[in-house]
Write a protein that binds this ligand. Sequence first.
Ligand SMILES: Cc1cc2nc3c(=O)[nH]c(=O)nc-3n(C[C@H](O)[C@H](O)[C@H](O)COP(=O)(O)OP(=O)(O)OC[C@H]3O[C@@H](n4cnc5c(N)ncnc54)[C@H](O)[C@@H]3O)c2cc1C
Length: 381
Amino acid sequence: MIDAGERPIFSPEHHAFRDTVRRFLDAEIAPHLDAHEAAGVVERATWEKAGAAGLLCPQVPPAYGGLGLDFAFNAIVGEEISYLGSAVGFTLQSDIVADYLVHYASEEQRHRFLPGMVAGTTISAIAMTEPDAGSDLQGIGTIARRDGNGWRLSGSKTYITNGQSADLIIVVARSTEQGGARGLSLFLVEAGDKGFSRGRNLDKIGLHANDTSELFFDDVPLPGDRLLGAEHGGFAMLMSQLPQERLSIAVQSQASAQRAFDEAVRFTADRQAFGRRIIDFQNSRFVLAGLKARLQVGWAHLDWAIARHVAGKLGPVEASAAKLWHSEMQWEACDAALQLHGGAGYMNEYPIARLWRDARVSRIYGGTSEIMKELIGRSLG
Ligand SMILES: Cc1cc2nc3c(=O)[nH]c(=O)nc-3n(C[C@H](O)[C@H](O)[C@H](O)COP(=O)(O)OP(=O)(O)OC[C@H]3O[C@@H](n4cnc5c(N)ncnc54)[C@H](O)[C@@H]3O)c2cc1C
């Protein structure tokens, strides 16, 4: 269990919320982890139960159906889901998509979409990546051409989280024929829009409970009220949302690493070889001691970053550094913890197998580790 009791960034309200989150996950997610993985998706009824329990989009203001809480509440949900080892896409909805709507949507758009996202009756996604444009978003080819008061959207996206289930998708598209960052805009596409279709649920190494898809836009007519934020202002909006997106991944990475460590301690204290417990070998102790030290530093750093973000001060370079460090640490922790399990670690019946599979993507999505280093490096002068 994550030891949150001594973490000063959390108030009694945060602790009470964590209890609610744990009760929900124990009852509604933990018993179904394998079923969700087999289905490749978490069913809508679970999203609606999560909404009813108050787990979705904690930051959304009360005027739009939410509780108007701070990001530390989002972090609690992210930590607990990741510690459990579930791949449900709640955090993408709460930490990323809802935040775009809160910051950039018109009043009409907020009233239209946010209450459903809070309730879990609307599942959402954000589609930036394309078959030919991932790290380099300036290469986006999906285009929205003016058509009267609205647009017509054409192109395709790939690797989109919640892609099979999403009712609402923020699509990043080029809104002028010119290339580069200045011509990008954000559009709200709904599941029933004419010309919108989805590919298959993509077959991934891990995160099996999370649906991930290609999306296709075949001359989709979009009325004027589907533009999100300023026309041609897409790149600036993407950049200003990055701190929360990257912090969200850092939160999940840290909690997953803690679970991997806890599993390794439990396993090695239980299993024997050469007449001793595995944990009694010096190598096991050294590996675990090294991880414990990194986890301790990691929690302190994460709490600093969460508090700084809640205060509105976390910058994009700091968030990139957090994502880089915590996701790399997650991978090293999961890999070392699996090794300490021996052959059992390679068996899907042990939690470490799922943690290890799911960890691999943290260094890739939300910006790869190499891109994080580029961004940090560029800030150095
Ligand atoms: C499970 C999963 C879920 C995802 N969910 C979403 C989602 O919901 N929405 C969404 O829009 N996208 C999503 N993505 C896409 C993800 O964000 C991209 O895969 C990621 O940003 C990398 O882009 P790419 O795959 O095109 O790799 P590329 O950009 O082609 O990179 C290939 C390699 O080149 C390296 N590289 C690229 N540029 C540089 C450089 N300048 N310097 C050094 N190295 C470089 C990269 O680090 C990488 O190692 C998801 C991906 C996965 C796997």
